[in-house]
Write a protein that binds this ligand. Sequence first.
Ligand code: NAD
Length: 473
Amino acid sequence: MPASLENWIDGAACPPSTAEYSTGINPSNGKPTIDIAASGDADVHQAVTAARRSADAWRHHPSAERGRILHRIADSIRENADHLADLEVEDTGKPRATALGEVENSAAYFEFYAGLVNLPVGDVLDVEPNQHIFTKREPYGVIGVITPWNVPLNQAARAVAPALATGNVVVLKPAETSGQTTIALAELASRAGLPDGVFNVVLGAGSTVGTAIVAHPDVRKVAFTGSVRTGQAVGRIAAERIIPLTLELGGKSANIVFDDADLDLAAKEAVRAFAANAGQVCSAGTRLLVQRSIHDFFVARVAEIAGNLREGQDVGPMITRPQFDQVQEYFDLARQEGAHALLGGSVSERPELSGGLYVQPTIYAGVSRDMRIAREEIFGPVLVTLPFDDEKDAVSMANDSDFGLVAGVFTKDIGRALRISDAIEAGQVFVNSWSTGAVQTPFGGHKKSGYGREKGIEAMHHYTHLKSVVVVY
Ligand code: NAD
């Protein structure tokens, strides 16, 4: 009989008002893990009420003390890294080294924002005699945070740390299948001295719990990470309520390789770009644009490196059954569109992985830009490659997308790298590496990849609003 995972409300574990649970499944072996609270509207209301009750005191908590608590949360995440990694591996099946890296990154968010608690200061705008005008940044109050299942702890930390640092209180809903580390984070935060009610977690379905959070009249801002379709649904409610949103959505990011690049480095990075976390990364580099003169040679090298990835060790499973099914639908679609699979193209054939949701790292070479597999986010370890002729052609192909999350460019010509960085429609551009940068680097999208920014000092502006005070004397 699996144990149960309860909501965390007002500093304590709370069974759901519905008395209903769903069963968590380990995607690497199909075995049940834990019964997960399937909460309802009443639980969201309870969490928002607890958050609201604690909001004033937290906002006026001395900021240095807020910073010390965030530091203790960072320390506690590190002290419990093994346990958190175990939970993340159980929920997502990802390689343990990947989970440990994400745990460390989660600690880094709390550490970074702990040091910035005094930052959101304002300006003095005294331009007339007998007037004193100043601006100040203030917390919104209750922030609703909704996260997906691909990097659960990290995505929770990315939103919660700046929200708390700026004096907000939080009600968070993790994805239905992967809430263990978020609940553990809330417990650790309470033990680290975070006052009751400041950080609450409600588990359950998006259509009930997620909708109830966005619609709750006391939730003043929502930070959403997930798919475009859900982002649109969240956006419709937020538009009715006139509340601000941060939307971190999907991508189909272009990785551009010129013939003058360090091709060994570019090939290794191209594999990391599409296969890390089994491709279940919003910022995955899944469109590889290669200069025509080197396309076939370079793509063969990428396929050789990707072919050496060990399924089950280097490449984890699809984290949810719907995602597993979706990737297989794209394999079928690729066949219908006449794409040539240079590598992979089906579920894993390794007998020892048959109980899990594994697919093969897959490369479709030389596809055309109007194919659906070249345009839609697959969210699995699936790469398409397209040849281009020159810089202008590369930029036009890269920008020919509904998305604009990230892009990569590999070249030894720094002028070209900067011209491309300028012309690309994406929130971040990586030059000669595939890295989103550390916690201090703002992150977010253009076009259907979303709006607003997480990470960095920039996030603190998105978790506060500006007030102008005009004093005439
Ligand atoms: P999803 O949109 O299905 O779910 C995301 C979250 O929204 C989950 O917690 C879910 O329960 C909740 N939800 C579902 N329906 C809802 C509703 N009607 N109202 C409110 N909440 C609702 O996305 P997913 O399948 O879990 O995640 C994959 C997607 O997330 C991909 O498109 C990926 O690109 C994107 N993603 C983006 C980033 C980023 O930072 N840009 C990071 C990771 C993942």
